[in-house]
Design a protein around this ligand. Structure first.
Ligand SMILES: [Zn+2]
Length: 400
């Protein structure tokens, strides 16, 4: 269970490795134990020893050290099994290390202070309009809101991470393009780090959706998955063999810009017939007979009003395009699981069933594995925020 997603949580030298220095081994064990508690919750020392493959005296030394630093406590479990002396549970202290998670969406910014164990200590959000969407405005508002939240909760964040619906260079948090926000060439990571005065990481929203599902959502325990984000635009985050799939300089692929319909609608990316032009929010509005700028709440209400089965007529073609893109995504990435996020979580079950069947019938990979699992996200609108918190925690847990 000490498996870590990226970062340094699982990459250090294991305890007892020949040549590993004792302090390195201690640091590694401490980070692995804390990560286990953070992801999977409180448990006994015996469970920690079994799951981390460490002997009891090592576990005792690590737990005692963390307890002394106020990072964990030990308590008698509420429910006792059988007679005899109960095993103490090791619990993380949420406020011992807090991170700031920020999700910049097209119409709203959401932020949360999150403690160890994933506990949301406090949150805040505000709507974005044409005028307030400028990068400088957003950065100022984030800094002010973060300060208010910190004061209110009497905590200070050790690090922050930001989700952005755009093309982000992970190396330095530079936003190359976020077309639906109207952003281009924004040094977001550097500028936010300067005003927040803590380390800031910036990542593509779909990548963080994938991370969130992997750590705390539908894909917990699944190491090969694709998360499809569907806000104004459509994106994809891929985790392969437990690691995020990124390319040159930390950029992630743009699954929404797979060309599925040559000669189709113009896309802002310069291409025509991109998947996003057929299954993005505007396409969904067209399918439902709504204006393309219909507010999100109205779109969701309209979707919920449709019959859950059989496949609702207005969504016939939409479901077809969703399946067509996913067949290619599954053929290229061979995931165990595809998680449909955001707006797609409001699709009637018959649409998801149709897509599932189509992918199974039309994808070689899906047929080979007996049907790729396709599910909607249980984290819904919070997925990017949860993912941002987990990204921010990666370096923090190793340094507590
Ligand atoms: Zn495109």
């Amino acid at each position: 269970m000490s498996r870590a997603w990226g970062g340094d949580g699982g990459g250090g030298a294991p305890a007892g490795t020949a040549g590993a220095r004792p302090d390195e081994a201690r640091r590694h064990n401490r980070a692995a134990l804390l990560r286990r508690l953070h992801v999977a919750g409180p448990c006994t020392r015996a469970t920690l020893a079994a799951e981390l493959g460490l002997n009891r005296s090592t576990i005792k030394a690590v737990v005692d050290g963390l307890a002394e630093a106020g990072v964990v406590t030990e308590a008698v479990p509420a429910q006792r099994n059988g007679a005899g002396r109960p095993s103490l549970m090791v619990l993380p202290e949420p406020e011992a290390a807090v991170v700031l998670a920020i999700d910049v969406r097209v119409e709203q910014v959401a932020m949360a202070m999150v403690g160890i164990g994933g506990q949301v200590l406090g949150r805040h959000s505000w709507n974005l309009h044409h005028r307030t969407r400028a990068p400088g405005e957003v950065i100022t508002h984030i800094a002010e809101s973060a300060q208010l939240l910190a004061d209110e909760l009497a905590v200070s964040a050790r690090g922050a991470a930001v989700s952005v619906p755009g093309v982000v260079r992970r190396d330095d948090g530079f936003v190359h393009e976020a077309p639906n926000l109207g952003w281009r060439d924004v040094a977001l990571g550097t500028r936010l780090a300067a005003v927040l005065r803590i380390p800031v990481q910036v990542a593509n929203d779909a990548e963080l959706g994938a991370l969130a599902e992997h750590v705390r959502g539908e894909a917990h325990g699944v190491d090969d998955l694709v998360y499809i984000s569907a806000d104004r635009g459509v994106g994809g985050g891929v985790i392969a063999a437990g690691r995020p799939l990124r390319g040159t300089r930390g950029y992630v692929g743009e699954i929404g810009h797979l060309v599925v319909r040559p000669g189709g609608r113009d896309c802002y990316c310069g291409n025509r017939g991109c998947w996003e032009t057929e299954v993005g929010e505007a396409a969904l509005c067209r399918a439902l007979g709504l204006p393309e700028d219909t507010p999100r709440g109205v779109i969701v209400a309209e979707l919920r009003s449709l019959a859950t089965a059989p496949l609702p007529g207005p969504l016939d073609e939409f479901a077809e395009w969703l399946a067509t893109g996913l067949v290619t995504v599954v053929n290229v990435t061979a995931p165990d699981l595809v998680v449909l996020g955001d707006l797609f979580t409001a699709l009637p079950p018959a649409v998801v069933d149709h897509v599932r069947t189509q992918v199974h019938e039309r994808s070689l990979v899906s047929r080979a594995v007996g049907g790729t699992r396709i599910e909607t996200s249980p984290l819904g609108r919070d997925a990017k925020l949860v993912g941002a918190a987990e990204l921010a925690f990666e370096p923090v847990l190793g340094a507590v």
